[in-house]
Design a protein around this ligand. Structure first.
Ligand code: JHZ
Ligand code: ZN
Length: 415
């Protein structure tokens, strides 16, 4: 018996148009246990297909593995390992505490609170805080820095329970988590239930327009069920009674959006301008997405050819960033342990493990100066500024970085 045809995660409509098929891919954060014991060939692989809904404009994956497979006990992503990201969190908490006049009577809830990288700053400023995250390792790290955290998947039912236990929130933050739930309606319904009258919902999510225009195909993976345009978000927020109060474009993760909303609020005039700009660019039409698959396949072929040519010319190759997006880039391009000797990453929870699907070992960043590869493929290209500055010594010693997006280019000390 064939599986039922998927329906839209936003509007339950059936007019889903396939935009990109990346074949079967391993789970991007399912790092393989170390020293040759993990069997890369037997790892689970799942179809990775992205589609556009012609009814509500929501771009989404057609299939999802169960959430427990995505954010279980061994989830290795800890938000605190980027200096810039931590600084962004501190700035956001400081500014928001001031703007909303948060104090000891206020409650700030973060959905997808990870290791407490954000809520710790609200707590330090004197507000009551509560984190929700299903990933045990990061959630325990959050508790260790004084951020009370429920280890759970957030949905409307849990929101009701939280209100009973803790009262309603002045601010609900959902940064890089709206894409991570199979059904965005559940998260928005839960947030609406959790907020006090007049309370604010603040959401950050990677912006679909940047993904498409910069060909950021490696940010498409099973943890990201949805990819947001303002055209899609406006409908989703309105369905749950939220009025959009402000929209801001941010540089994070290849380009993000922050949307601040409140129940029954009058939408900001800027919303109409954003919708008009997206209409002019075509984000609300299937033909905008039609050429994306071919552009992705061309970029994948280009990256593969560049790395193979460097390797064939005798270059020793490593990579920087055991990022989720790195797993997709390596698997899509077929860059395996035969081409790339090792991947470095600052997060010690990833050391001694290997990249999903390709089995490349993960080492601390010091390995670059110790082993001196000729070229480092920058898998965490979204942190290029921070990483290149930090790797000045490797560059000064003649090392080069290969930045893969939007088209591959080599960068050395003189560039
Ligand atoms: P990074 C993450 O994706 C996690 P990933 C998640 N999948 C998500 O949805 C998106 O963000 C939005 C390391 N690093 O941030 C840290 C250094 O080693 O690009 C990370 O392991 N040195 C939930 O995993 C990795 O690189 C450094 O100087 O694709 C970067 O991962 C810096 C700055 C980072 O996200
Ligand atoms: Zn839809």
């Amino acid at each position: 018996m064939s599986a039922p045809a998927p329906v839209c995660r936003g509007c339950a409509g059936a007019r889903l148009n396939l935009v990109l098929d990346l074949g079967v891919m391993p789970l991007a954060d399912a790092l393989v246990a170390g020293d040759g014991a993990g069997d890369v060939a037997n790892e689970a692989r799942h179809p990775l297909r992205m589609a556009y809904c012609a009814d509500c404009h929501l771009v989404q994956l057609l299939e999802s593995p169960p959430p427990e497979a995505l954010f279980g006990r061994d989830f290795p992503y800890y938000s605190s390992y980027s200096t810039q990201w931590s600084a962004h969190a501190a700035d956001f908490a400081g500014a928001t505490t001031g703007e909303l006049g948060l104090g000891a009577d206020s409650l700030v809830v973060e959905i997808g609170s990870n290791d407490g990288y954000l809520l710790r700053h609200f707590a330090a400023a004197g507000a009551r805080v509560l984190g929700i995250d299903p990933a045990e390792g990061p959630a325990r790290a959050a508790r260790a820095v004084g951020v009370p955290t429920e280890i759970a998947y957030f949905d409307a039912a849990l929101a009701g329970q939280l209100v009973a236990d803790h009262g309603r929130a002045d601010l609900v933050v959902a940064n890089n988590v709206l894409a991570h739930v199979p059904d965005p309606n559940q998260l928005l319904a839960g947030a609406a239930r959790l907020l006090k009258p007049g309370g604010l919902l603040s959401v950050e999510a990677p912006y679909l327009r940047d993904l498409i225009e910069q060909v950021e195909f490696d940010t498409i993976y099973h943890e990201h069920h949805c990819y947001f345009s303002v055209s899609a978000l406006a409908g989703l927020f309105a369905r749950h009674g939220f009025g959009i109060r402000s929209l801001t474009r941010l540089p994070w993760h290849g380009g993000s959006l922050r949307v601040v909303a409140a129940a029954a609020a009058e939408p900001a005039p800027a919303l109409a301008e954003w919708l008009a700009a997206e209409r002019a660019a075509g984000l609300d039409r299937a033909d905008y997405y039609a050429g994306f698959g071919a552009r992705v396949q061309a970029l994948i072929a280009d990256i593969r050819a560049r790395v193979r040519a460097l390797h064939a010319g005798g270059a020793r190759i490593a990579a920087y960033g055991a990022a989720a997006k790195g797993a997709i880039l390596l698997n899509a391009t077929g860059i395996d342990a035969g081409l790339c000797e090792f991947v470095v990453d600052r997060n010690p929870h990833k050391h001694g493990k290997r990249m999903p699907g390709v089995g490349i070992p993960i080492l601390p960043p010091e390995a670059l100066l110790e082993r001196r590869p000729d070229v480092v493929l920058l898998l965490a290209w979204n942190w290029a500024g921070e990483i290149l500055a930090q790797q000045r010594d490797y560059l000064a010693a003649g090392g080069r970085f290969l930045i893969p997006l939007p088209e591959p280019r080599l960068v050395g000390a003189d560039d």
